[in-house]
Design a protein around this ligand. Structure first.
Ligand code: HEC
Ligand code: HEC
Length: 302
C-alpha cells in the first residue's frame, strides 16, 4: 500500500533532483574499450560518446537531420550540443528532460526564463541559455518540435528496488555491488539497459519504479482534481494530456522530471508570468500528491 507521509517530510526530494554521489564505486571500464550497437556503423570510446560537441549518432534513421546546434553545439560560445543530454530523438534522460514534440513557443519561453532566472533548477540550462543565440534557439526548438513521441518509460509498481547510486553526470544507476532496498515514497528511474543509456544510444529508455497503488491515486488527482485540491490537468494540457496550443504534453514523460517541475512551481524556482496558472494548480499539493501524479502521467503513452 502507498503510505502517505506527514507534513514534516516535505523536504526537497533528493531522489527527484539527482546529484552525483561524492563517493563513487570504482570504475572497471578500460578507457580504450570500443562501444558498439547492433545495426550501427559506429564504434566509439567512452570519451567520444561523452564529447559534448559531437553527439554520437548511432541510428541516423531514427530522427531527422540534426541542426548544428543540436549535434555539435557551438564551441565558440561554449554552448554544448543539445542532443548530448536530450538525445537526437529528444526523449532525454531522467536527470535532463524530454523535449520531443514540445510546442515551439513554449520551448522559446523556457529558454528565455532560464536566461532571465525566472526558471532555476538547472545550472547547465542557465549557462546555455545565456550564451546561445536567438537563431540557434529557433533551430533547436523547430527540430525538437518536429520529433514524434516514442515509448520510453515503463512504470513498475513495487515495494523494493535495486540499490542504486548517482554516477557522474547526475545519472542514477544500479549499484555494482547489487542488493535491494525499500522503495518507500520515492520514484527511482533506472535505465532499461544500462550500456545503451550510457552510450547515449536512443534505442531504449527507462524503468520508473513507483510505490504500489500510486498510479491509481495519481489517476484520480489528474482526472478529477481530487475534490478541489487541484483541477483536472486536461483542462489546459489537452484532453488526452498530449498538449494543447503552447501548453506542453504531460503523458509519458520522465516522472522525476515532472516531480521536479511541480516542486519548482511550488517553491518559486519557476516563477515567470506564464507560470501563474500552474502556481495556483499546485499550491495545495503535497510531495506525495506530486509523486502519484508523476507516476500516473509516466504510465500513459507519450
Ligand atoms: C549537459 C546536459 C544538457 C545539455 C547539453 C542541454 N540541456 Fe537542456 N536540460 C538539461 C536539464 C538537466 C534540464 C532539466 C532542468 C530541470 O529539471 O528543471 C533541461 C531542460 C531543458 C528544457 C526545458 C524542457 C521543458 O519541458 O520545459 C529545454 C527547452 C532545453 N533543456 C533545451 C536545451 C537546448 C536548446 C539545448 C542545446 C542548446 C540543451 N537543452 C542542452 C540539460 C541539458
Ligand atoms: C489552468 C491551466 C492549467 C492547468 C489546469 C494545469 N496546468 Fe500545467 N501548465 C499550464 C501552463 C500554462 C504551463 C506552461 C508554463 C510555462 O510556460 O512555463 C504548464 C506547465 C506544466 C508543467 C511543466 C511541463 C514541462 O515541460 O516542464 C507541468 C509538469 C504541469 N504543467 C503539470 C500539470 C499537472 C500535473 C496538472 C494537473 C494537476 C496541470 N499541470 C494543470 C497550465 C495548466
Amino acid at each position: 500500500m502507498f503510505l502517505p507521509l506527514f507534513a514534516a517530510a516535505q523536504q526537497k526530494p533528493d531522489w527527484a533532483f539527482p546529484l552525483a554521489d561524492k563517493a563513487q564505486p570504482p570504475t572497471q571500464e578500460d578507457p580504450a574499450k570500443l562501444h558498439t550497437a547492433p545495426g550501427s556503423t559506429l564504434s566509439l570510446t567512452r570519451v567520444q560518446i561523452d564529447d559534448i560537441y559531437n553527439v554520437p549518432d548511432w541510428f541516423p534513421d531514427l530522427h531527422p537531420v540534426m541542426p548544428k546546434i543540436v549535434q555539435h553545439g557551438n564551441q565558440q560560445t561554449k554552448v554544448r550540443a543539445c542532443g548530448s543530454c536530450h538525445l537526437p530523438t529528444g526523449t532525454g534522460h531522467d536527470e535532463s528532460a524530454w523535449l520531443a514534440g514540445l510546442p515551439i513557443s513554449y520551448f522559446m519561453r523556457q529558454m528565455a526564463d532560464f536566461k532571465s532566472g525566472d526558471r532555476k533548477g538547472s545550472g547547465t540550462m542557465t549557462t546555455i541559455a545565456k550564451a546561445i543565440s536567438e537563431e540557434e534557439i529557433k533551430a533547436a526548438a523547430n527540430y525538437f518540435a518536429s520529433l514524434p513521441p516514442r515509448p520510453w518509460i515503463r512504470v513498475v509498481e513495487t515495494e523494493t528496488v535495486a540499490k542504486t547510486y548517482v554516477a557522474k553526470g547526475n545519472k542514477r544507476l544500479r549499484h555494482p555491488d547489487g542488493g535491494a532496498e525499500t522503495l518507500g515514497n520515492r520514484i527511482i528511474e533506472l535505465p532499461e539497459e544500462e550500456e545503451i543509456v550510457l552510450n547515449r544510444d536512443p534505442r531504449s529508455g527507462f524503468i520508473a519504479y513507483v510505490p504500489v497503488g500510486s498510479i491509481d491515486l495519481g489517476k484520480k488527482l489528474v482526472t478529477t482534481g481530487g475534490d478541489g485540491k487541484t483541477d483536472p490537468c486536461a483542462m489546459c494540457h489537452g484532453e488526452t494530456l498530449h498538449g494543447s496550443g503552447d501548453i506542453p504534453a504531460l503523458a509519458g514523460r520522465h516522472p522525476n522530471y515532472i516531480v521536479r517541475q511541480l516542486w519548482n512551481f511550488q517553491h518559486g524556482d519557476r516563477s515567470g508570468d506564464s507560470n501563474e496558472e500552474m502556481k495556483i494548480e499546485i499550491s495545495d499539493l503535497t510531495l506525495d500528491d506530486m509523486l502519484v501524479i508523476a507516476a500516473y502521467l509516466a504510465s500513459l503513452a507519450p
